[in-house]
Write a protein that binds this ligand. Structure first.
Ligand SMILES: [Zn+2]
Length: 111
């Protein structure tokens, strides 16, 4: 198994009502809307919906219509998280690497 870099090691997850704060071992923290987390679900059902611009637009419309109440989150091994949404998909395992990428692209960096 490949060693994880500090930037890909999640050290803390604070769940708010509409967004969460992710902290990583390299000291970086990001605020991330649950819509963005849900939009990047890596499961077999959601992955194809992220393939091209048109499908992403439709996927985003669908996800933003859902109520994304504070999901439960559980650690999967030492490398990932599974979110349980009250509505929608709960089968995707988000690797820390994926969460870091999403946080950098769609989140807000915090000091
Ligand atoms: Zn999914």
């Amino acid at each position: 198994m490949r060693a994880m870099s500090e930037s890909e090691t999640l050290t803390d997850l604070e769940r708010g009502r509409e967004d969460c704060v992710l902290r990583f071992a390299d000291g970086a923290s990001f605020r991330l809307d649950y819509v963005e987390v849900r939009m990047s679900c890596p499961c077999a059902k959601c992955r194809p919906r992220q393939e091209n611009e048109q499908r992403l637009i439709e996927f985003r419309e669908e996800v933003t219509r859902l109520r994304l109440d504070k999901p439960k989150a559980e650690l999967v091994g030492r490398y990932g998280l599974r979110f349980q949404w009250l509505t929608g998909c709960s089968s995707g395992i988000y690797s820390f690497e994926l969460l870091r990428n999403v946080a950098e692209q769609a989140g807000t960096a915090l000091d």
